[in-house]
Design a binder for this molecule. Structure first.
Ligand code: SF4
Length: 253
């Protein structure tokens, strides 16, 4: 039975997919997004907060599934299910595939949230057991993407194109970071790409600084310390840009 490193499991979540969900946050991510609100999920090893709290727990598939299955009644009543999130799910492909497979055996709706940064072979295997893909796209410009996240987006876009050819529901999610990726140009280009690939929905996730305190607890510096969340007016403007392309848009995830 495969085992993996989990940051935390949140029950009764009303985000990261439809209905009431259990969200399993994995540990380990190859990106270093400047705005990341979950820095405790980035390193792929266990680590300690300054207060001595351990971050990361090794769990096997049945241990994770036994928490997930507690809420089957809620999933059925609300049209919910399970979402595997990051860190980055593509870093632990065997573990993720086994959890998704286990959930589908019990007819639980499965979603993953991914940056799309990983090998296609791993991604394809995971997709086989995934009902909904929440695919984060941070910036369409390769150079900017590298500057902002530490990696280029070539692999990511390629994986998105390949995934779009499969019969899967995909929602593109853009974290809206003021002055960083919220230009009309970037949002319209992302909407154009979605339209071209037959993807029908985009979620615009307004930046928030709720993760700031975690950087202190990890002894790391938060680069965007002075950045404010985008205004409602700005979010509605961006929403309209995407709607004009005939896509469904939601503010927030
Ligand atoms: S991809 Fe997600 S978890 Fe990874 S650094 Fe970026 S925001 Fe954080």
């Amino acid at each position: 039975m495969s085992e993996g490193l989990v940051t935390r499991i949140e029950r009764y979540a009303a985000y990261d997919g439809p209905g009431i969900r259990t969200v399993v946050f994995l540990k380990g991510c190859p990106l270093r997004c400047q705005w990341c609100s979950s820095p405790e999920t980035q390193h792929k090893e266990q680590e300690l907060y300054y207060d001595g709290e351990l971050v990361g727990r090794y769990m096997n598939v049945e241990e994770v599934f036994s928490e997930i299955k507690e809420d089957i009644t809620f999933y059925n009543q609300s049209g919910g299910g399970v979402t595997l999130s990051g860190g980055e799910v593509l870093l632990q492909p065997r573990f993720i595939t086994d959890i998704l497979k286990r959930c589908q055996e019990e007819y639980i709706h499965t979603a993953i949230e991914t940056s799309g940064y990983g090998s296609w072979d791993n991604f394809e295997e995971i997709l086989e057991f995934t009902d909904l893909v929440l695919f984060d796209l941070k910036h369409l410009d390769t150079g900017k993407h590298l500057e902002l996240t530490g990696v280029e987006n070539t692999w990511i876009i390629d994986n998105l194109k390949r995934a779009a050819k499969l019969d899967k529901e995909i929602i593109i999610r853009i974290p809206v970071i003021p002055g960083i990726n919220d230009s009309k140009d970037n949002i319209v280009k992302t909407a154009n790409l979605a339209e071209k690939l037959g993807i029908k929905e985009i979620h615009l996730l307004p930046y928030h600084s709720l993760g700031r305190e975690k950087y202190n607890k990890l002894g790391r510096r938060y680069l965007l310390a002075d950045l404010e969340s985008p205004s409602d007016e700005r979010m509605n403007y961006l929403k309209e840009l995407v709607e004009n392309k005939g896509l469904k848009v939601q503010i927030g995830g």
